[in-house]
Design a binder for this molecule. Structure first.
Ligand code: NAG
Ligand code: NAG
Ligand code: NAG
Ligand code: NAG
Ligand code: NAG
Ligand code: NAG
Ligand code: NAG
Length: 920
C-alpha cells in the first residue's frame, strides 16, 4: 500500500497540533475543579470497597493519576453543567456485598441502577431514602430481601421505581403507605414482591396522579381488586396496568377499569378472576392490549367482542381470552377490529365454524384457536389476506383442512400447530413445503395416510420441535439438516429404511412403532451428542449395536426394545452417565452383561426377553442404588441370586422370572425398604429430560412404563406403575424354603414364586402381606397346611397354589373359597371347599373353623383386624387391576366407590400383543 502524496512536513505539523490538543484535553480532565468533588469521589470509593467485584467492572474506579476524575469512571455520569455525579448505572455487573452508607454523599444523584447484582438478601438500605433528588431507581433482581423500607417515602421526586424481585426470595411490604408521597411517580413495578395482606394497596396507588405504568405481577395481592367503583386520581393517567398472577380468588373484573381513559394495556392473566367483561369496557377507546387469559371468566364470546367493539375496535391489537373454559359460543366476525394482530382464544369452549371473513384481517399475526370444539372445513379463503400470520394453532378441534394441492399460502409461519386437525383425503399437507422458517411443527394425529414427499425433509433450519406422530405416513426419513438440536417425534407411522443418521443433531428422537429396519452406521457420532431421549422401540432393526456410546453423555432415556438387535450388549453402554431409563427387552442380545456400575441414576433397567447368559452381576445391587424397576425376565441368567441385590432399597418391581437361577431365595429380601412399606404417593414414575428450545432449555416429562405378567396375562402399566410392587422369581431352579422374611415385604402387591423347586411350608405369617392382589406359589414342592392367615388377605384377587404337596383342609375365610378348584389342584392331600374332595370327619364344619387358630402363631386375629379389612379394601391397590370378583357382600358394599375410583385413576392395563406389525 502506498501513502497518499502528502508533504511530509505537513504530516508532522498536523501530528503536533493533534498532540497539543490531546495534552490540553488530558489536563482538563484531570482538573478537579471540573470533575467530581473529593467528597463524591470518596463516597464512590467507599461504595467500591464494600463490594466484591468479580467481573472487575469497577476497575476504572481508583485514585491513580489516569483515574483522577470520577466522572470518567465506568457507570458514573456527571452533570454537564455542575460536574456533580448525577447518574450511577451499575446494572448487571455481578456485584456482591454491602452498599456503603457514604452513598448519601452523592446528594445530586438523580439516577441509580443496581439491578441484577447480588446483595445477599439484605434489606434495601434505609439511607436510599435520603437521596432526595432521585428520579430513577432500579433495584430489580438485585437479590435484596426483607421489607421494603418506609424511608422510600422521602423520594418525592421519584418518577421511576422498579423493585422486581425473585419469586423464591421475595422482598415484602406490610403496607404501601410510603407510596402515597411519591406524587411524581410514572412507572411502578413491584412484580414478585410479596404483598400478601396489604389491604390498602389500591388506595395507595390511587394517590399517584401521574402514574402511567402499574405493574404488580405475582405479588400475592389480596382480593378484591377494587372495593367500589370510584374515580381514581391515577385513573386518567394509567396507560399500562398489569396485575397478572395474583390471587383475586373469584373476584370479578372491576368495572372501574373502564374509567381509565388512557388505558392501553390491561393485563390480568391468571389471576383467578370470574364473571364476564364489564360493560364499562365499552369506554376504553385507547385499548391496545387486553389479556384476560387463564382465568375462570364465563359468558358468550360475542358479549366480550360486542363490548370491545364499541370503542376499542380501531385500536385493539392484542386480545387474549384463552384458557377460560367457561367462555362459549361461536366465533363472531371480527373484521371491524382493524388493528388486530394477536387473537388468542385457545382452551375455551367455543363451537361452530370459523368465519371465512377472518381471511380479510390482513394484520393478523397470531391465531390461537386450539383446544376448543370448533368444527367445519378450513379452506384457503380463511387465510387469503393473512400475509403476516406467523403463529397458527388450530389443534385439538374437529376441523377438516381442505387446501388445494398446489396452494401457496401468503404467509411464512413460525409456529404451526395442527395436531388432531384432519387433512382432506388423508393426504399430506403439501403447502407445508412452502414454509421455510418454522420453529415448531405439530401435525400429529391428523389422519394423514400418505407418503411423505421427500422435499418435506428439507426442514426449516430453525426447527426446534416437530411432531408428526400418530399418522400413517409412509416413506423414508430423508437427509435432514438441523441446527438447533430439535425434539423430533416421528412415532406411530409406517416409516421405513434405516435409522436416520441425525443422532448428533437432535436432542430427542422418537421413532418408535414404525417399520424402520436397517441401522446403517446410525450411531457413532464424532463428538458429544446433545441427545437426551431416543426411542427406537417397536421397529424391525436387525443389527448389532455399535460400541460407541461414550458420546451420549446426556442420554436420559434409551428404548431399543421390541426389535431384532443381536450380538453382545456393547461395553460402552456402561458409560451412559445420565441414563435413567434403559430398555433393551425383546431383542436377541446374547452373552454377558457389560458393567453398568457408572450408571447410578438408572431407575428402570429392562433386559427382559433376550438370550443373555451370565450370573446376576453383583454391581447391580452394589452400584445401582436408584433402581426402581429391574427386569431380567426370559434370559439365561444362572447361579444364585447375589445378596447384593438386597441393597436395592428403592426397588418396586423385581422380575427375575424365566431364567436358570438356582440356589435359595436370600433371607435379606426384607431390606428392600420400599417393598416393606405399604402404599405409594406417586401414581406414575416420572422423569424429566431437557432439549433446546428457542434459545433456552425446556424440560419434558415422561412416565416410565413396564409390562408385567399378571395372572397369566402380560399387561402394560404406565399411569399407575408407581403403585405396582412386585417380586417375580417364577420359572427358575430355586430350591429351599420360602424365607419367612418375605412376609416383612408388606407392600407387595404381587408375589410369584411358581415353577421352582421350593420346599418347606408356606410362611405362617403370609397374612401380613395385606396388599397382595396376586399370589402364585404353584408348581413347587411346598408341603404342610395352608396357613389360616392366608384367608385374611382381603384383597387377594388371584391365588394359585396348585401342583405342590400341600395337605389338610383349605382354611375357610373371607377369601379362599371364592377361587376355583384349579387354584388348589395337584395337591393330592388337600381337601375341603372349593375342592370336591371332602375332609375327614374329625375336621370341623365351615362355620366353626373360621376363628380357630390352628397353625398360625401370629395372633393376627383381633377385632381391629376385622375392622381394617373393610377400610383397607376401599383404598387399596387391588382395584387398579380391576379383577376382583364381586361375589361377596362385603365387597359389593364398595362397588360404587370402586366405580369412582377407576375414573380417577385412569386405569391403563392394555394387553400387549407382541410384535404385531399389522396393529401399528
Ligand atoms: C452531557 O453531554 C453529553 C454530550 O452532549 C451527553 O451525551 C450526556 O448525556 C450529557 N450528560 C448528562 C448527564 O446530561
Ligand atoms: C424523611 O423525611 C423526614 C421528614 O422530612 C425526616 O424526618 C426523615 O429523617 C427522612 N428520612 C430519611 C431516611 O432521610
Ligand atoms: C409472603 O408473606 C406471607 C405473610 O407475610 C407469608 O406467609 C408467605 O410465606 C410469604 N410468601 C413468600 C413466597 O415468601
Ligand atoms: C386524590 O384524591 C383524593 C380524593 O379522591 C384527594 O383527597 C387527594 O388529594 C388526591 N390526591 C392527589 C395527589 O391528587
Ligand atoms: C410422541 O408422540 C406419541 C403419540 O403421539 C406420544 O405418545 C409420545 O410420548 C411422544 N414422544 C415424545 C418423546 O414426546
Ligand atoms: C440362545 O443362545 C443359545 C446359545 O447360547 C442358543 O443355543 C439358543 O438357540 C438361543 N436362543 C434363542 C431364542 O435365540
Ligand atoms: C443353567 O445353569 C447351569 C449352571 O448353574 C448350567 O450348567 C446349565 O447349562 C444352565 N442351563 C441352561 C439351559 O443354560
Amino acid at each position: 500500500m502506498t501513502l497518499p502524496n502528502i508533504d511530509h512536513e505537513k504530516q508532522i505539523y498536523c501530528f503536533k497540533v493533534f498532540y497539543a490538543f490531546l495534552v490540553v484535553l488530558l489536563l482538563r480532565m484531570n482538573n478537579p475543579c471540573i470533575g467530581c468533588s473529593e467528597r463524591e469521589m470518596q463516597a464512590l470509593l467507599a461504595l467500591k470497597q464494600g463490594l466484591l467485584d468479580d467481573d472487575k467492572s469497577l476497575l476504572s474506579w481508583g485514585r491513580e493519576v489516569q483515574n483522577k476524575d470520577c466522572c470518567q469512571w465506568d457507570g458514573v455520569y456527571c452533570s454537564n453543567h455542575t460536574g456533580d455525579v448525577v447518574k450511577l448505572d451499575l446494572g448487571d455487573q455481578s456485584l456482591e456485598g454491602d452498599i456503603s452508607p457514604k452513598l448519601i454523599h452523592l446528594q445530586h444523584l438523580e439516577y441509580l441502577n443496581l439491578s441484577f447484582n447480588y446483595f445477599s438478601l439484605s434489606k434495601i438500605p434505609d439511607f436510599i431514602g435520603s437521596l432526595s433528588n432521585l428520579r430513577y431507581l432500579d433495584l430489580s433482581y438485585a437479590s435484596f430481601g426483607d421489607e421494603i423500607p418506609n424511608q422510600l417515602e422521602n423520594l418525592t421526586h421519584l418518577e421511576y421505581l422498579d423493585l422486581r424481585s425473585y419469586s423464591d426470595y421475595p422482598i415484602y411490604a406490610k403496607n404501601l403507605n410510603w407510596l402515597s408521597n411519591l406524587s411524581c411517580l410514572k412507572h411502578l413495578d413491584l412484580s414478585s414482591t410479596n404483598l400478601t395482606g396489604v389491604v390498602g394497596w389500591l388506595e395507595a396507588v390511587n394517590m399517584l396522579p401521574k402514574l402511567r405504568n402499574l405493574i404488580l405481577q405475582g405479588c400475592n395481592l389480596p382480593p378484591p381488586i377494587i372495593s367500589a367503583v370510584y374515580v381514581m386520581n391515577s385513573s386518567k393517567s394509567l396507560v399500562r396496568v398489569d396485575l397478572s398472577w395474583n390471587y383475586f380468588n373469584g373476584s370479578s373484573i372491576p368495572a372501574s377499569f373502564g374509567n381509565m381513559s388512557s388505558l392501553a394495556h390491561l393485563i390480568l392473566h391468571r389471576s383467578q378472576l370470574e364473571g364476564g367483561i364489564p360493560n364499562s369496557f365499552a369506554k376504553l377507546c385507547r385499548l391496545r392490549e387486553l389479556d384476560l387469559g387463564s382465568n375462570s371468566l364465563s359468558g358468550q364470546l360475542s358479549d366480550f367482542v360486542e363490548t370491545l367493539s364499541k370503542c376499542a375496535q380501531k385500536t385493539l391489537e392484542s386480545l387474549d381470552i384463552s384458557y377460560n373454559p367457561n367462555i362459549s359460543g361461536s366465533l363472531p366476525d371480527l373484521t371491524n377490529f382493524l388493528s388486530l394482530k394477536h387473537l388468542s382464544l385457545g382452551g375455551n369452549n367455543l363451537s361452530g365454524r370459523i368465519p371465512e371473513s377472518i381471511g380479510q384481517m390482513s394484520k393478523l399475526e397470531t391465531i390461537g384457536f386450539g383446544g376448543n370444539s370448533l368444527d367445519g372445513v378450513i379452506s384457503e379463503t380463511h387465510f387469503s389476506k393473512l400475509s403476516k400470520l406467523s403463529y397458527l394453532d388450530l389443534s385439538s378441534n374437529s376441523l377438516l383442512l381442505n387446501f388445494s394441492f398446489d396452494w401457496i399460502p401468503p404467509f411464512q409461519l413460525r409456529d404451526i400447530n395442527l395436531k388432531s386437525c384432519k387433512m382432506w383425503l388423508s393426504s399430506f399437507p403439501k403447502w407445508l413445503q412452502t414454509q421455510k422458517n418454522y420453529t415448531w411443527l405439530d401435525i400429529s394425529d391428523a389422519g394423514i395416510s400418505d407418503t411423505i414427499p421427500s422435499l418435506f425433509w428439507d426442514l426449516s433450519p430453525k426447527l426446534t420441535f416437530m411432531d408428526i406422530s400418530h399418522n400413517q405416513m409412509r416413506g423414508t426419513v430423508g437427509n435432514v439438516r438441523l441446527e438447533f438440536a430439535p425434539h423430533l417425534n416421528l412415532s406411530w407411522n409406517q416409516l421405513e429404511g434405516p435409522i436416520p443418521s441425525i443422532l448428533s443433531e437432535v436432542s430427542a428422537l422418537d421413532l418408535s412403532h414404525n417399520n424402520i429396519s436397517g441401522a446403517a452406521s446410525f450411531l457413532c457420532p464424532t463428538k458429544d451428542s446433545s441427545l437426551s431421549f431416543l426411542d427406537l422401540s417397536g421397529n424391525h432393526v436387525s443389527e448389532e449395536l455399535p460400541d460407541c456410546w461414550t458420546y451420549f453423555k446426556n442420554l436420559v432415556f434409551l428404548d431399543l426394545s421390541n426389535n431384532y438387535f443381536f450380538g453382545k450388549i456393547p461395553t460402552t453402554m456402561g458409560y451412559l452417565f445420565s441414563i435413567q431409563t434403559l430398555r433393551l427387552s425383546n431383542n436377541r442380545f446374547v452373552g454377558e452383561l457389560p458393567q453398568f456400575d457408572n450408571c447410578g441414576k438408572l431407575t428402570l433397567f429392562d433386559l427382559g426377553e433376550n438370550n443373555l447368559s451370565c450370573s446376576i452381576p453383583k454391581w447391580l445391587g452394589a452400584s445401582l442404588s436408584n433402581l426402581v424397576i429391574l427386569i431380567l425376565r426370559g434370559n439365561q441368567f444362572y447361579r444364585s441370586i447375589p445378596p447384593q441385590l438386597c441393597h436395592l432399597t428403592r426397588i418396586q418391581i423385581l422380575d427375575l422370572s424365566m431364567n436358570n437361577i438356582s440356589g435359595t431365595i436370600p433371607k435379606c429380601l426384607n431390606n428392600l425398604i420400599v417393598l416393606a412399606q405399604k402404599g405409594n404417593s406417586d401414581l406414575a414414575i416420572q422423569h424429566a429430560y431437557y432439549t433446546y428450545l428457542g434459545g433456552g432449555l425446556r424440560s419434558w416429562l415422561y412416565d416410565d412404563e413396564a409390562s408385567l405378567t399378571w395372572k397369566g396375562v402380560r399387561s402394560k402399566y404406565k399411569s399407575t406403575l408407581g403403585l405396582v410392587k412386585s417380586i417375580d422369581l417364577s420359572s427358575n431352579k430355586l430350591i429351599g424354603e420360602i424365607p419367612s422374611e418375605i412376609t416383612d415385604l408388606v407392600g407387595l402387591v404381587s408375589l410369584n414364586l411358581s415353577q421352582n423347586q421350593l420346599t418347606g411350608q408356606i410362611p405362617p405369617r403370609i397374612g401380613m402381606l395385606q396388599e397382595l392382589d396376586s399370589l402364585d406359589l404353584s408348581r413347587n414342592q411346598i408341603n404342610g397346611r395352608i396357613p389360616n392367615s392366608l384367608s385374611r388377605i382381603d384383597r387377594i384377587g388371584y391365588l394359585n397354589l396348585s401342583e405342590n404337596d400341600l395337605a389338610g383342609k383349605i382354611p375357610i375365610g373371607t377369601q379362599l373359597q371364592s377361587f376355583g378348584p384349579s387354584s388348589y389342584g395337584g395337591n393330592p392331600l388337600l381337601c375341603g371347599l372349593p375342592l370336591l374332595r371332602t375332609c375327614d370327619e374329625e375336621e370341623k364344619g365351615p362355620g366353626q373353623t373360621m376363628l380357630v387358630n390352628q397353625d398360625d402363631k401370629d395372633g393376627l386375629i383381633s377385632q381391629g383386624f376385622y375392622i381394617s379389612l373393610g377400610l383397607g379394601f376401599a383404598v387399596g391397590f387391588w382395584g387398579v387391576f380391576g379383577t376382583l370378583l364381586f361375589n361377596r357382600s362385603c365387597r359389593y358394599t364398595y362397588f360404587n366407590f370402586w366405580t369412582c375410583f377407576t375414573d380417577w385413576l385412569y386405569v391403563k392395563a392394555e394387553i400387549i400383543r407382541q410384535r404385531m406389525p399389522n396393529t401399528k
